[in-house]
Design a protein around this ligand. Structure first.
Ligand code: THU
Length: 141
């Protein structure tokens, strides 16, 4: 795991609290803000954006990874998420998978149980490497 002291968690948490105010949540009234430090030092954020077709609303993490791609890509090295009260929030299952896709090795997550790594929030994850085991016909490589 990366050294916990390297990460300015208070700055990251402040970014998540700021962005939750921009959430569009007319249906759940539940604001979420997410913020992450990227391996080049920039901070990316996202808020949840719902729509009338409830099930296809966008979680804050969707906005965050979209901003990651839009602003130059890279990998996440630290992530935090909060609710509308600024309290730490755990990403939903789908979003843990999203975060796994873009987490750098050793990426740290600010959880309700303390700082942990991807294994702590998504044990035995399915990920991009699983796809390398097969060739383009779907046969074992
Ligand atoms: N939500 C997120 O934005 N991220 C999560 O990881 C958990 C849930 C949103 C989705 C929905 O807009 C609201 O919280 C209530 O579920």
């Amino acid at each position: 795991m990366r050294a916990v002291v390297d990460i300015d968690w208070e700055t990251l948490r402040a970014a998540a609290r700021e962005v939750q105010a921009h959430a569009y949540v007319p249906y759940s009234k539940f604001r979420v803000g997410a913020a992450a430090l990227v391996d080049d030092g920039r901070i990316v954020t996202g808020c949840n954006v719902e729509n009338a077709s409830y099930g296809v609303g966008l979680c804050a993490e969707c906005g965050l990874v979209s901003e990651l791609a839009r602003t130059g890509g890279g990998q996440l090295i630290a992530f935090t998420c909060c609710d509308g009260n600024g309290e730490r929030l755990m990403p939903c299952g789908r979003c843990r998978q999203l975060l796994n896709e873009f987490a750098a090795p050793g990426c740290l997550f600010d959880t309700i149980a303390g700082i942990t790594d991807i294994e702590g929030i998504l044990p035995m994850a399915f990920g991009p490497r699983n796809l390398n085991d097969f060739d383009d016909r779907g046969e074992p490589a």
